[in-house]
Design a protein around this ligand. Structure first.
Ligand code: ARG
Length: 278
C-alpha cells in the first residue's frame, strides 16, 4: 500500500514536470527575430540609433531588415530565416567583421525602419526605384528581378495585355503593386500583406492573376498545384541593398564588400545555391 502510494506520487511528480526523463530545451520563440549564424540574438543592438548625426554605424552588429515570405530570397526554414539575401548579408558581415541579425517585418515597413535606424540595411529582393531613392540610398545591384504573372493553369490570360479588366493580386507596396495600379487602375488591384496570401487568393478565385517577382513566382507555383507562371516579362528590375541616407559610410563599405564578393564569385555561388538554372 505504501509502495503503491509512492509510485503514484512519483508518477504525478513526473507528469507535473512535463518532460520526464527528457530535458526539454525547446524554446518556442514566436519572435520574428532570427540570426543567420544560428545564435538567437533577440536583442538587436541599437547600433545606429545613438548616432544622431548618423555619420557611422558603431558596434559590431549589422541589423538586416527583410520580409521573409519571399522564397528563395528570404523565407523560413523552421525558425531560421534563410535564402539568398540572408546568405549575402552574412557574407557581407564577414567581410566587414560584423555579426548580422535579421528582423522580419511587413514589406511596407522596411523603408521607414531603415530611415529611422531601427535596422541598418534592407535586403529583401528590393527593387531600386526613383521613388524609393528619394528616401534611401541603394548600393550597387546584386541581382535582377522580373515581374511575372501567375495564373490558374486553365486561365485565358496569356500576357500583360490580358490583365486589363481582371482582378490582380499583389504584395502590398511592391513594384508589382505600384505598376499594376498604374497600368490597370487601383480598383482592379487587391494588395495582400504577403505574396503567399495573394497566391492563396488566386487559388480560391478571389483574384484572376498574381503579379510578383519571377523567382518567388516559380517557388509559389511549385508549391501549389493548378497554377502556372506566364512566359512573359512584365518588367525587369534591379535588386539592391537599401541604407539610410545618413549612413553614407555604411553605403561605401557595403559597395566595396559587394564588389569583392562579386569578383570572387561568392554572390554567384549563393544565387546558384538557391536557384537552379533551367
Ligand atoms: N522586388 C519587389 C519590390 O521591390 C518585391 C520585393 C518583395 N520582397 C519581399 N521580401 N517580400 O517591390
Amino acid at each position: 500500500m505504501k509502495k503503491l502510494a509512492l509510485l503514484v506520487a512519483a508518477a504525478l511528480m513526473c507528469a507535473s514536470m512535463a518532460a520526464c526523463g527528457s530535458s526539454s530545451s525547446s524554446s518556442a520563440s514566436g519572435s520574428a527575430s532570427a540570426s543567420t549564424s544560428g545564435s538567437a540574438s533577440a536583442s538587436a543592438s541599437t547600433s545606429t540609433e545613438a548616432t544622431a548625426s548618423g555619420e557611422e554605424t558603431t558596434g559590431d552588429t549589422l541589423i538586416m531588415g527583410t520580409n521573409a515570405a519571399f522564397p528563395p530570397y528570404e523565407y523560413y526554414e523552421n525558425d531560421q530565416i534563410v535564402g539568398i539575401d540572408a546568405d549575402i548579408a552574412k557574407a557581407l558581415g564577414e567581410k566587414l567583421g560584423k555579426e548580422v541579425t535579421i528582423e522580419d517585418m511587413d514589406f511596407n515597413s522596411l523603408i521607414t525602419a531603415v530611415q529611422t535606424g531601427k535596422i541598418d540595411m534592407v535586403l529583401a529582393g528590393m527593387t531600386v526605384t526613383p521613388d524609393r531613392e528619394e528616401n534611401v540610398n541603394f548600393t550597387d545591384s546584386y541581382a535582377t528581378g522580373i515581374q511575372s504573372i501567375i495564373v490558374p493553369e486553365d486561365s485565358e490570360i496569356t500576357g500583360p495585355d490580358d490583365l486589363a479588366g481582371h482582378k490582380i493580386g499583389v504584395q502590398e507596396s511592391t513594384t508589382g503593386h505600384i505598376y499594376c495600379a498604374d497600368d490597370y487602375g487601383e480598383d482592379n488591384v487587391i494588395a495582400y500583406t504577403t505574396g503567399a496570401n495573394a497566391v492563396e487568393a488566386l487559388k480560391t478565385g478571389k483574384v484572376d492573376a498574381v503579379v510578383i517577382d519571377n523567382e518567388p513566382a516559380k517557388a509559389f507555383v511549385e508549391a501549389n498545384e493548378g497554377l502556372k507562371v506566364l512566359d512573359t516579362e512584365y518588367t525587369v528590375e534591379d535588386y539592391a541593398i537599401a541604407v539610410s541616407k545618413e549612413n553614407t559610410e555604411l553605403l561605401d563599405e557595403l559597395n566595396t564588400a559587394l564588389a569583392e564578393l562579386k569578383e570572387d564569385g561568392t554572390i554567384q555561388s549563393i544565387i546558384d545555391k538557391y536557384i537552379t538554372a533551367e
